[in-house]
Design a protein around this ligand. Structure first.
Ligand code: FMN
Length: 255
């Protein structure tokens, strides 16, 4: 690629990170200000195969104190290939995307992570390899009811993991791989041209909560920004514009 084009693309990246004068000064009206209907808080379920998740996390008997969890957090890329329990998976999901309260008449969700304007514009998809009590395959988290829906088999799981994660094949031994998608209109409805930077900051909170909750359970994980966008979107049937994967994290048992 030509040097000039590379410089342009770098500038595009920098421009995304800050609000331009034009963005700051323009008198745009958001769809919320125009009284257009609010988008759904979460995606509707599409499958008939629903798995309820237990929320009695006292059964996990977590003994690590808060300071140890923060100090012990690190990126782990070597997993023992052992399963995690369904309750552990339930804990991980709840701590990174769980809904604690619904405000107003389905106006906003309050969750275990913060989110600019409580927009919570992410959906959580999973490749499950080894979770006790669950068959292998693709799943989608339903945060309003704390359930999973089964989305189907994956023809060649090892290959899919490798392809979606740009050849980071150490992830093939994870028990579960989280893929977080972004649904832009959930933020754009309120923030329009200012929606996108805060949304990526939100993703960081989701990732950190997942790291910390895995650490509390003595599991390991590693945040991933290197993934194949099209391949991830295709795997979960996302159109790549109204919804697309922005973050991933394998989680597994560590020795
Ligand atoms: C946003 C983000 C993206 C990352 N992407 C990758 C990745 O694609 N592959 C990888 O092996 N590690 C990835 N990491 C992990 C970092 O390399 C790791 O956090 C860093 O080396 C610091 O190590 P620590 O997490 O153990 O403190 C990512 C971390 C973050 C926060």
């Amino acid at each position: 690629m030509e040097k000039e084009r590379i410089e342009q693309l770098i500038q595009t990246g920098r421009d995304f990170m800050k609000f331009s004068k034009e963005q700051e000064e323009c008198d745009f009206e958001s769809d919320q200000m125009k009284h257009l209907p609010q988008p759904e808080l979460c995606k509707e379920k599409v499958s008939d195969e629903i798995i309820s998740l237990d929320k009695d996390f006292s059964k996990l008997k977590i003994t690590k104190d808060f300071t140890s969890v923060l100090l012990d957090r690190k990126s782990d890329r070597v997993y023992t290939d052992e399963p995690i329990s369904l309750l552990e998976l339930s804990y991980l999901l709840f701590m990174c995307q769980g809904v604690k309260e619904i405000k107003g008449d389905h106006y906003a969700t309050m969750r275990t992570v913060p989110s600019g304007g409580a927009r919570h514009a992410f959906e959580t998809y999973l490749i499950i390899r080894k979770v006790d009590g669950l068959k292998e395959g693709k799943y989608h988290y339903l945060p309003l009811t704390h359930e999973l829906e089964y989305l189907g088999r994956i023809e060649n799981m090892d290959q899919s993991i490798e392809d979606t994660l740009l050849g980071q094949n150490w992830a093939k031994k994870a028990s579960v791989i989280f893929y977080f998608s972004f649904v832009p209109y959930r933020c754009e409805w309120r923030y329009g041209i200012h929606a996108h930077r805060p949304a990526l900051i939100d993703a960081g909170h989701v990732g950190q909560n997942l790291y910390l909750s895995a650490t509390a359970l003595n599991l390991g994980g590693c945040a991933l920004a290197a993934f194949d966008d099209d391949c991830c979107d295709k795997l979960f049937g996302l159109d790549g514009n109204e919804e697309f994967v922005v973050y991933a994290m394998p989680i597994g048992q560590i020795s």
